[in-house]
Design a protein around this ligand. Sequence first.
Ligand code: SF4
Length: 113
Amino acid sequence: MSNEPGDLSRRRFLELTAATAAVAAAGGLLPRSARAAALPHLTPANPQAKALGFVENTAQVDQAKYPSHKTSQDCSNCTFFQGAAGAPWGPCAIFRGFAVPAKGWCSAHATRK
Ligand code: SF4
């Protein structure tokens, strides 16, 4: 292999391309919906989810335990939901590293203004 200027710039280009692909694969450059698809789904069995009364469907909320819950509240209209409009699942700022269902609910729900 020679060390001609063209070889160095080609090598540098290949290094940058590989670095960019690594960042994209880690999710940094992927659209929000693609990142949500790559996240594991939160389940009610998760200890943090349990602590916040998370359910996969807002209709399943125990009203006796959460009397201020309204069936109109779900993840899709929560300020912490980071999924795209209409997406069935999306990231949540409270449960980092997981996707939550648009129809889900937890006691941290705060209606998006
Ligand atoms: S904080 Fe909001 S978006 Fe996250 S799980 Fe609870 S209700 Fe859903």
